[in-house]
Design a protein around this ligand. Structure first.
Ligand code: ADP
Length: 597
């Protein structure tokens, strides 16, 4: 495939008849194809045909259309909107149509993109050390690995046979090449020679092919206790973080990007306001990967839309991002994609649909909002990749949603909830009380729990699922008891209810609360999470028979030294520390019975 986004060769086809904001209508376009890339006006603004009606094409333009008017020319390119895929993607910061922000900034003097700037997505001069792993005479098929390049210190880029190509290698060489130079030649069955360079293209709206999807059975571990233990997401899963402004969507997604056990991160930012995205742009390049000590960008691709950028580019950005993510999945990596926030993407869709004068659905969103949302999240998954010896790769997709007023009944939240299986409900009330992460334990859920039972049993502890379940039951019981306390006060509670409240409070304060900005707290391995939660639950299980004996003075429970120490237990990182602690809890509770008697 030889599509490029930034193409110079374009032939004049039609003429503009109408301009409404980012949408341009042109006639004389009967030979064009849907989703073909076009250049609009003599300024050659980048556009994509999104509707064809006879010889009239509706074109969404990825640049500001001020000054463009009827009679201006439209040029066809014969190509579809595609992403450039090759070494050099990692560490890049792109706009929604894969123009590097740095190059744009240099060319236009600001991050607010000037019009008609053709910026190459990837450096075509840079030489990479390509190490062939296939050899002449090998029979190969789409997805097979031809060779590797050390793209960054952290990630080895695997150069693959393009999908849909198969045959016998007639030429392949190791050496220093730029991404457009030939690294291999493949003789196909029809006898043609397919010339392969490191640079390949893939249309953004088309999922990249795979051999098959595999049932997700491992968690994407994030180090976040609330996520990993209570509301886990599977590698290859789809999750949704809804929450009002300031609830912690961005902090949560950045923290997952930093600590999760995916090798490659794609972060799509659709900022609410210009400066919000600027924050991400200035912060992200300084984040350090805690495992390697290297900059996180060495395994990250950042796609940034500010609200000043054209709405059509925002619409395209999620497809650009997910196609790049699939490309690394195809190399056999675990990839995690964050989209913050998809509400802005949906609004872009709504605006374009309005300009197309389509029949509006709920709240003015197009009727296809749900199907587009579903198509996007369906690109998540664990796959056996294309190729004769398919590798396993995964793509986890986590989308933030910012429902106006926090009202989850609105269309974007609803269409997202239908297709994502993990739901982290961020709660403004908790954020206000400085309970972070503000994931509401009563309103959140994960439908991956059953997928992960074997993993937990084999890799964490045989009773992990039980401890988790018990903790959730205690939290639910707490909320009911607190209702009663509000009505009739603490005095009416039995000792066992008081114990429930105490232990549930420990779960909330000493387990769920976690400071994303404290490096010693932000990440906790799953085994330690289990031991911490087990320590807390031990207070309940051991304490219940004791506090329910006649006339037990509940305040004595709070005098135990382990009770006073629980708040600092999470600082410990050795399993043996927790085992010792649990033994001490048991001894202290036993001592209570003796003095009680
Ligand atoms: P949103 O993206 O939902 O608008 P942010 O992610 O920007 O919200 O979070 C708002 C603020 O809340 C942050 O600046 C930070 O002070 C605080 N915060 C959010 N999550 C955490 C966390 N896990 N730990 C500590 N502080 C947090």
């Amino acid at each position: 495939m030889t599509n490029t986004i930034n193409t110079q060769e374009a032939t004049k086809a039609g003429e503009i008849v109408r301009v409404t904001g980012p949408l341009v209508r042109a006639n004389g376009m009967s030979s064009a194809k849907l989703y073909e890339l076009v250049k609009v006006s003599s300024e050659k603004l980048l556009g994509e045909i999104i509707e064809l009606n006879g010889d009239i094409a509706s074109i969404q333009v990825y640049e500001d259309t001020t000054g463009v008017g009827p009679g201006d020319p439209v040029f066809r390119t014969g190509k579809t909107m595609s992403v450039a895929l090759a070494p050099g993607l990692l560490e890049s910061i792109y706009d929604g149509v894969q123009r590097p922000l740095k190059a744009i900034e240099e060319a236009s003097g600001s991050v607010y993109i000037k019009r008609g700037i053709d910026a190459e997505a990837l450096d075509k001069n840079k030489k990479w050390d390509f190490k062939a792993v296939a050899k002449v005479g090998d029979k190969v098929t789409g997805g097979d690995i031809l060779g590797t390049v050390a793209e960054t210190k952290l990630i080895v880029h695997k150069v693959m046979v393009p999908p849909h190509v198969s045959g016998v290698i007639t030429n392949i060489k190791s050496g220093n090449f730029n991404i457009t130079e030939t690294i291999a030649e493949i003789k196909t069955e029809s006898g043609e020679i397919e010339v392969v360079a490191m640079l390949q293209y893939w249309p953004i709206r088309e999922p990249r092919p795979k051999n098959k999807k595999i049932f997700p059975s491992e968690p994407l571990l994030t180090g976040g206790r609330s996520i990993d233990t209570l509301f886990p997401i599977a590698k290859g899963g789809a999750g949704c973080i809804p929450g009002p402004f300031g609830a912690g969507k961005t902090v949560t997604q950045q923290s997952i990007s930093k600590y999760c056990n995916a090798e490659v991160i794609v972060y799509i930012g659709c900022g609410e306001r210009g400066n919000e995205m600027t924050e991400v742009l200035s912060e992200f390049p300084h984040l350090i990967d805690p495992n390697s000590g290297e900059p996180l960008m060495k395994r990250t691709i950042l796609i940034a839309n500010t609200s000043n950028m054209p709405v059509a580019a925002r619409e395209a950005s999620v497809y650009t991002g997910i196609t790049i993510a699939e490309y690394y999945r195809d190399m056999g990596y675990n990839v995690a994609l964050m989209a913050d926030s998809t509400s802005r993407w949906a609004e872009a869709m709504r605006e374009i649909s309005g300009r197309l004068e389509e029949m509006p659905g709920e709240e003015g969103y197009p009727a296809y909002l749900s199907s587009r949302t579903a198509q996007f999240y369906e690109r998540a998954g664990v796959v056996e990749t294309l190729g004769s010896e398919g590798r396993q790769g995964s793509l986890t997709v986590i989308g933030a949603v910012s429902p106006p007023g926090g009202d989850l009944s609105e269309p974007v939240s609803q269409s997202t909830l239908r297709v994502t299986k993990t739901f982290w409900s961020l709660d403004a009330g908790l954020a206000y009380k400085k309970h972070f992460p503000s994931i509401n334990w009563l309103g959140s859920y994960s439908l991956y729990v059953d997928n992960l039972l074997d993993f937990w049993r084999e890799n964490v502890a045989p009773d992990f699922a039980n401890i988790r379940k018990q903790a959730m039951e205690l939290l639910e019981k707490e909320s009911k008891l607190l209702e009663i306390v509000r009505l009739v006060g603490m005095e009416s509670l039995s000792n066992s209810d008081k114990l429930t409240l105490e232990v549930a409070r420990m779960i909330r304060e000493d387990f769920l609360m976690q400071n994303a900005f404290d490096p010693s707290d932000a990440y906790m391995p799953i085994k330690i999470q289990y031991n911490l939660l087990k320590s807390i639950v031990t207070f309940y299980n051991e304490g219940l028979p004791v506090v329910t004996t006649d006339e037990f003075e509940f305040s004595r429970f709070k005098q135990m030294s382990t009770y006073k120490e629980i708040g600092r237990l999470k600082e410990k990182r050795e399993v043996s520390d927790y085992e010792n602690f649990i033994s001490r809890v048991k001894e202290e509770i036993k001592a209570l019975t003796q003095t009680n008697a």
